[in-house]
Design a protein around this ligand. Structure first.
Ligand SMILES: NC(=O)C1=CN([C@@H]2O[C@H](COP(=O)(O)OP(=O)(O)OC[C@H]3O[C@@H](n4cnc5c(N)ncnc54)[C@H](O)[C@@H]3O)[C@@H](O)[C@H]2O)[C@@H](O)CC1
Ligand SMILES: Nc1ncnc2c1ncn2[C@@H]1O[C@H](COP(=O)(O)OP(=O)(O)O)[C@@H](O)[C@H]1O
Ligand SMILES: [K+]
Length: 500
């Protein structure tokens, strides 16, 4: 699913109006009908609705929904946030239609907001949508505060009012929604971590905007969906042998963090690598030999941390480096050497990223098409502090192009930024994965996919998806609270068949 900017969405509305063709007010009716159908399907009888409308088209949606609720017999009270100016034409048309069935419409025009909201009310927030042009202030801000301080269920139409679609809204007044009914496609503001407190559950309503618009335009942001994953996935040939699936090398672990090596190794083997070798300090030898008998283990001369190279690197189809390696000086030298001398793409995670942060000059040396997998803290260590997720996204886009690398910025919707400035938002995974070790599993999966010959960009999109899907399967069996990173590894075997 493409993710469109505010301008692109407005253009898509216009394209639909012109090419379907359909009158703008009829398109609004279609959007409102989708919302009404969704609301009715919640079986909220016994509750009463309080609908808050601005005077733009978002408010127009609200008025149309109010009319439908009244006609269906729901107790509904309508409030319009008055701004002294006429509403948009479609708002005005819907106001007129509403007047034909009720005159009980309340205008909010003073800072003294005395509307009582009880726990049995359902609030429909149709104040502002994609037309928001500045942070809310004055009566609008007070109204948002009033709604947020009540304990009613809040359903936002298109986006929670006060959220900008494509830029940070941090620190501004924003409706805290329980449900967001958004039209046709995801909006960027509904995918970034910083807006998590506001968006509630997202429901994408298909208002049948004209599909021709997507064919006629190029977009740079998309949500990874099963169809894309299937197009990337390469089924195993019946006649294949282990040599067809590559030899993966994982450079991992230090004293007390051999677990990271175990997780990455087991995830790598479970993700289809032909052969897996793990390079660890000597303290990891017997652990790995016992918990991962299918893997080959090579040890550093040092007992506790890595300090040398695991022999000839060129014999491996893919190398993953970083989980649990620590930042000892000798380990830093080893990472620095590999970053400078190795020419094939690497999968770089965790402490290997922290070492790059300590020696930023190395960033320009890392092999083209390497996959870097920072979480936001590691990302900021690498590329400087960011005050919001939108800026972080811009930096990821720019740095992926500049370094010719794939940047996997991990989070609820992990972001994959490519050298061609394409951004993919992953849509699998859950909060049960917010536990130590989940990232090590991802490194193993990505290294395995690279070893099997997937190009880095495809390996990143597919690997992040499989990782999240395995996390979802583990959570459904064991609960988000109880699942462990090891359970994600076990569930990889169930995740692959879902994408065949
Ligand atoms: N035909 C269409 O274009 C469709 C539009 N739809 C709805 O239309 C919405 C967009 O409508 P609009 O473009 O009219 O925009 P909005 O209704 O989101 O808001 C624009 C209005 O609010 C004012 N405004 C913006 N920021 C403000 C602020 N901070 N303080 C006070 N006033 C502010 C503007 O001056 C304008 O009057 C979408 O979010 C969606 O809900 C849907 O009905 C689908 C069809
Ligand atoms: N709430 C969440 N929703 C989806 N995925 C999550 C969530 N929390 C964590 N994850 C995933 O789990 C992994 C955690 O990685 P990381 O922070 O490096 O952990 P660690 O270093 O402890 O292994 C990432 O791939 C991330 O996307
Ligand atoms: K809204």
């Amino acid at each position: 699913m493409q993710i469109l900017s505010r301008e692109q969405i407005q253009a898509w509305d216009q394209y639909t109006i012109y090419n379907e063709p359909i009158r703008s007010v009829d398109l609004m009716e279609r959007a409102a009908t989708c919302c009404f159908d969704w609301i009715r399907a919640q079986h909220w009888r016994g509750h009463s609705f309080k609908i808050f409308c601005g005077k733009g088209n978002n408010g127009g949606d609200g008025l149309a929904i109010a009319r439908m609720l009244l006609q269906a017999g729901f107790s509904t009270i309508i409030y319009i946030l008055e701004n002294g100016r006429p509403g948009s034409p479609d708002f005005q048309e819907n106001l007129q239609r509403l007047h034909e069935i009720t005159t009980d419409i309340h205008f909010i025009q003073s800072e003294n907001i005395v509307i009582s909201i009880t726990e049995t009310d359902i609030i429909i927030d149709a104040l502002f949508g994609s037309g928001l042009n500045k942070p809310l202030s004055g009566i609008a801000a007070l109204l948002v505060e009033h709604i947020n301080s009540a304990h009613a269920i809040v359903v936002s139409i298109d986006v929670p009012s006060g959220l900008f679609l494509d830029k940070s809204s941090k620190g501004h007044p924003i409706i805290v929604a329980d449900h967001t009914l958004t039209f046709q496609v995801y909006k960027l503001c509904l995918l970034v971590q910083e807006n998590a407190p506001y968006i509630g559950r997202i429901h994408i309503l298909d208002i049948q905007l004209h599909p021709g618009f997507l064919k006629d335009n190029i977009f740079h942001k998309e949500l990874t969906e099963p169809a894309l994953i299937r197009s990337i996935f390469k089924p195993r040939n019946e006649f294949s042998h282990k040599g067809n699936f590559g030899h993966a090398l994982l450079i991992t672990g230090s004293y007390g963090k051999i677990g990271a090596a175990v997780l990455a190794t087991r995830a790598c083997m479970r993700s289809g690598a032909g052969l897996t070798t793990v390079f660890v300090p000597r303290c990891g030898y017997s652990i790995l030999q016992s918990v991962a008998p299918e893997a080959m283990v090579m040890t550093d001369e040092n007992d506790e941390h890595l300090s040398s190279l695991p022999g000839d690197l060129d014999k491996y189809a893919a190398i993953g480096i970083g989980p649990g390696i620590g930042t000892e000086e000798a380990t830093q030298k080893m990472v620095s050497f590999i970053a400078r001398r190795y020419t094939m793409p690497l999968v770089i995670d965790a402490d290997a990223l922290n070492i790059l942060s300590l020696h930023k000059e190395l960033l320009t040396h890392i092999p083209a098409d390497s996959i870097l997998t920072p979480h936001p803290k590691e990302f900021d260590r690498l590329f400087g502090d960011h005050t919001n997720d939108f800026d972080r996204l811009s930096t990821a886009t720019a740095k992926a192009a500049e370094l010719k690398c794939i940047i996997v910025l991990k989070g609820h919707h992990t972001i994959i930024a490519t050298p061609g400035r394409q951004i993919f938002f992953n849509n699998t995974g859950n909060a049960g994965m917010a536990k130590g070790g989940s990232g090590d599993v991802l490194t193993g999966i990505l290294t395995a996919l690279r070893a099997q010959g997937y190009e880095s960009e495809k390996a990143a999109i597919l690997g992040v998806y499989i990782h999240g899907l395995a996390g979802d399967l583990a959570a459904s069996k064991l609960s988000m609270e109880s699942m462990l990173a090891s359970d994600i590894i076990e569930a990889i075997s169930l995740a692959f068949p879902q994408i065949y």
